[in-house]
Design a protein around this ligand. Structure first.
Ligand SMILES: Nc1ncnc2c1ncn2[C@@H]1O[C@H](COP(=O)(O)OP(=O)(O)OP(=O)(O)O)[C@@H](O)[C@H]1O
Length: 376
């Protein structure tokens, strides 16, 4: 059991990296606390597997340190880190029985047989593999093989953490949900740190208590699924989390108004003040690029009406899609496409309508990062 700390960590696959673009992992500090159920979520190529391989010891970072309970482990090989890693595809011995596959990590450490059997039976029971224990692994289905692969990660009592790298890719969709529940159950029972890599937000939020969202080699936010939804710290999180993601407007402060292109936006006084400040010479001196100011709003917080109000803007509705419990409305404002979620039973709207942005849910982003209006 251990706390895993990444300190000033960076990794480049290039021998002589020339700039940020040559780094698969850009300078980061991060702590995975003992016993946490974590997800590492991000799009393909953002550096998830690289980070996992650095933690397990399959890869040595080009810069920075990996610490287990405060001890530097950079040079420790995987087998001495006591970390179990479950990969996308099952890693098992086809010619061995399921029992022997599960027993392998224990026997490999010279665990006495009287201890091997109860542990294998316990793990087989959790993963519902008991009836298959005498079968040769090669005769199993892909799902069953992956369960054995997971089981091999779980049999050892001495593991510091279990790292899962998209472990349910080969699993039948119907079984996926069940296995995710199983993993959660196992986490609660054994109190092992688990880091689960995925590019699927649903998978991440059903498994993890806290999610690290990765983008271009950096963890841009580490928070609960709720925090990621309610206060995305980076525009990428807003866009990636949610269904569909957050809408963004590139704005500027002009003539005492917050302008989205030619459209003045009715925002709160506080937000107006914040955008004005970010656009000022003062802000430039503080190194804030006044060219990159965005307002973000989730589709859930845009109200659509057929008639104007004092704080609504005229829009052009392009489509309304009925999705059962809600409708997804697509509209154009200042030539840009937006999405709004309409609750069930919402009155029909025509092509020319009006959008109202709920001021409490409009967020300000400068250079892609969230700025709390009033704290800028
Ligand atoms: N062995 C390698 N040699 C050179 N570049 C690599 C190597 N492995 C990964 N990369 C590059 O490093 C970056 C991060 O890759 P990585 O596999 O860690 O991302 P990922 O988020 O796990 O993606 P995926 O979900 O597709 O597996 C990518 O640009 C990738 O092309």
């Amino acid at each position: 059991m251990a706390e895993i700390t990444l300190k000033g960590l960076a990794h480049s696959y290039e021998k002589t990296p020339k700039g940020a673009a040559d780094y698969a992992i850009r300078q980061m500090d991060h702590v995975w606390h003992q016993g946490g159920a974590y997800a590492l979520l991000g799009p393909s190529g953002c550096g998830k597997s690289t980070l996992l391989n650095i933690i397990s010891g399959l890869l040595e970072p080009s810069e920075g340190d990996v610490l287990f309970d405060g001890q530097r482990v950079n040079e420790l090989p995987p087998e001495e880190r006591n970390i179990a890693q479950v990969f996308q595809f099952p890693v098992i011995y086809d010619t061995m029985t399921v029992f022997d596959n599960l027993a392998f990590p224990l026997r490999n450490m010279n665990t006495p047989e009287y201890r091997v059997k109860p542990k294998v039976l316990e793990v087989a029971d959790i993963l519902e593999l008991t009836s298959l224990l005498d079968r040769k692994a090669k005769n199993l289905t892909a799902d069953e093989k992956q369960k054995v692969s997971m089981g091999r990660g779980l049999v050892r009592d001495d593991v510091t953490a279990i790292l899962f790298d998209e472990p349910l890719t080969v699993i039948d969709p119907q079984l996926k949900w069940k296995l995710r529940r199983k993993l959660k159950e196992i986490h609660e029972r054994f109190n092992i740190t688990m880091i689960y890599v995925t590019h699927d937000q649903l998978e991440a939020s059903t498994f993890a208590d806290k999610i690290a969202v990765m983008y271009e080699g950096q963890v841009v936010q580490f928070g609960t699924p709720r925090e990621l939804f309610e206060r995305p710290a980076h525009t990428f999180v807003g866009y990636f989390i949610g269904s569909p993601g957050m809408n963004f407007m590139a704005v500027e402060y002009r003539d005492d108004q917050v302008m989205f292109g030619t459209q003045p936006l009715p925002v709160s006084e506080q937000m107006k003040h914040a955008v004005a400040n970010a656009s000022s010479a003062n802000a430039i001196a503080n190194d804030i690029s006044y060219n990159n100011i965005k307002l973000g709003i989730r589709p859930e917080f845009i109200a659509i009406a057929s008639n104007p109000t004092a704080d609504s803007v005229p829009i052009q509705v392009t489509s309304v899609q009925d999705l059962g419990t809600y409708s997804l409305l697509t509209f154009k404002l200042n030539e840009q496409t937006f999405k709004a979620r309409l609750p069930e039973g919402h009155p029909p709207v025509g092509e020319a309508a009006f959008a109202h942005f709920d001021a409490a849910h409009v967020a300000l982003y400068i250079d892609e990062y969230l700025v709390e209006a009033g704290h800028e």
